[in-house]
Write a protein that binds this ligand. Structure first.
Ligand code: CA
Length: 228
């Protein structure tokens, strides 16, 4: 499993403990010591998950979580709050803010990794190694293989990530800017036309299996993966 995880934590020892464990688990780690720099990082590219300390210098973790939930672009970004025992009674507030889970300090790295895995599985399946199937198409992130009826389909790395994202979020319409954010990790410097180019390549690769129709164009809105 390889997800991009943004760690917002001002305590250097805890920050590096988390960093080491996340890297060991194969994740890509982004580090911020306050909400302001975390906000700038999120503006540039969306991580798959945010590990957010409750007590931060400047804006609190709770206020930052509220800000993320209040913006359409970051509304569904998975958030795990880190909190000290004394603050436990405030859990209710945090859940109201929309954190997906809580980890209380001090925590064991093993427990933290397990909670991250569970939240990713629920809210960011494109960042897990779980195999997916849709309409006769199978994709296995662990082996990087896509098959249709036993036939292997060769895809470039971008088409693979695009297909993985679409298959883990089926029956929904995705705008081009949203796909750039989620699949390319860049919604500012990559042109929206790029999405169309890769969708075309993806369909061409699926065509021999007759499954290219799974990738639908929704006029004026974007693309949708649908088995129906
Ligand atoms: Ca802190």
């Amino acid at each position: 499993m390889s997800a991009t995880i943004l760690v917002v934590e001002d305590e250097p020892t805890i920050q590096s403990l988390i960093e080491v464990n996340l890297r060991r688990a194969g994740h890509v780690v982004q580090l911020a010591s306050d909400a302001e720099s975390a906000r700038r990082m999120v503006q540039e590219a969306l991580p798959d998950l945010v590990l957010l300390d409750w007590m931060l210098p400047g804006m609190s973790g709770i206020d930052f979580a509220r800000q993320l939930r209040g913006d359409a672009r970051t509304r569904s970004l998975p958030i795990i709050m880190l909190t000290a025992r004394a603050e436990e009674r405030d859990k209710v507030d945090g859940l109201e803010v929309g954190a997906d889970d809580y980890v209380t300090k001090p925590f064991s790295p093993r427990e933290l990794m397990a909670r991250i895995k569970a939240v990713l599985r629920r809210h960011a399946p494109q960042a897990t190694d779980d195999a997916v199937e849709l309409g006769g198409l199978s994709l296995d992130p662990a082996t990087h293989r896509v098959t249709a009826g036993g036939m292997e389909i060769g895809l470039g790395p971008t088409e693979f990530r695009l297909l993985h994202y679409l298959m883990t979020h089926p029956e929904r319409v995705h705008g081009r800017s949203q796909l750039l954010d989620q699949v390319w990790g860049d919604h500012v410097f990559v042109e929206e036309r790029t999405v169309d180019v890769h969708i075309r390549r993806l369909r061409a690769a699926l065509e021999p299996s007759g499954l290219d129709g799974l990738v639908q164009t929704v006029r004026g809105s974007g693309y949708r993966m649908s088995a129906g």
